[in-house]
Design a protein. Structure first.
Length: 183
């Protein structure tokens, strides 16, 4: 399966050179998943990116994806790969916005580069990614008129798709009226 990562980050080598501090809960496949997630969300979901370039990650969703997700994020943060914003929001601001603030993450300046494709054959990673794209039974029924056209032979040009997403983001990033919002 293909994963995205900053060009100057070889996470496998980095992980071997910087092992976790006696914490066996930090796993390379989880780190790869998070690096791929941040890389993909930066182009796929501009609505999740704050003005300071931070991408909001929901702890509830991450908790369903992997065990000890906080340890994985702490490892990436403490090793200078990603950085995070302040975890707390003043209570009056949170009440006015009527939502709970998700922590925002972004790559540090050193790793804010072009992304590259990594081919990784890891069963656990494949299962994590498939969970992202699997449709529930009710959705399969709802979208069956579309799904019948997609067979196993479907191939997607990832580079072209990413270029398209980036150009679309550049078009709409400054005009909030063009943003698509899901309520």
């Amino acid at each position: 399966m293909v994963y995205l990562s900053p060009k100057n980050l070889n996470l496998e080598s980095f992980f071997q050179a910087n092992p976790p501090d006696e914490d066996k809960r930090v796993k390379l496949e989880n780190l790869l998943y998070l690096v791929d997630l941040l890389s993909r969300l930066s182009t796929d979901r501009p609505d999740l990116i704050s003005e300071s370039g931070l991408i909001s990650l929901s702890s509830r969703i991450l908790n369903n994806k992997m065990d000890y997700y906080r340890d994985q994020l702490l490892y990436l943060t403490s090793r200078g790969i990603i950085e995070s914003d302040d975890p707390y929001t003043a209570s009056n601001i949170a009440q006015q916005q009527s939502k709970i603030k998700c922590l925002g993450y972004r790559f540090t300046n050193e790793y804010t580069t072009e992304v590259e494709n990594l081919t990784v054959d890891n069963l656990k990673l494949t299962k994590l990614r498939r969970r992202d794209y699997n449709l529930k039974g009710c959705h399969k029924i709802e979208f069956r008129h579309l799904l019948k056209w997609f067979d196993n032979g479907l191939e997607i040009d990832l580079q072209q798709a990413l270029l398209h997403n980036q150009s679309r983001y550049e078009e709409i990033k400054d005009d909030e009226s063009k943003w698509e919002r899901k309520m």
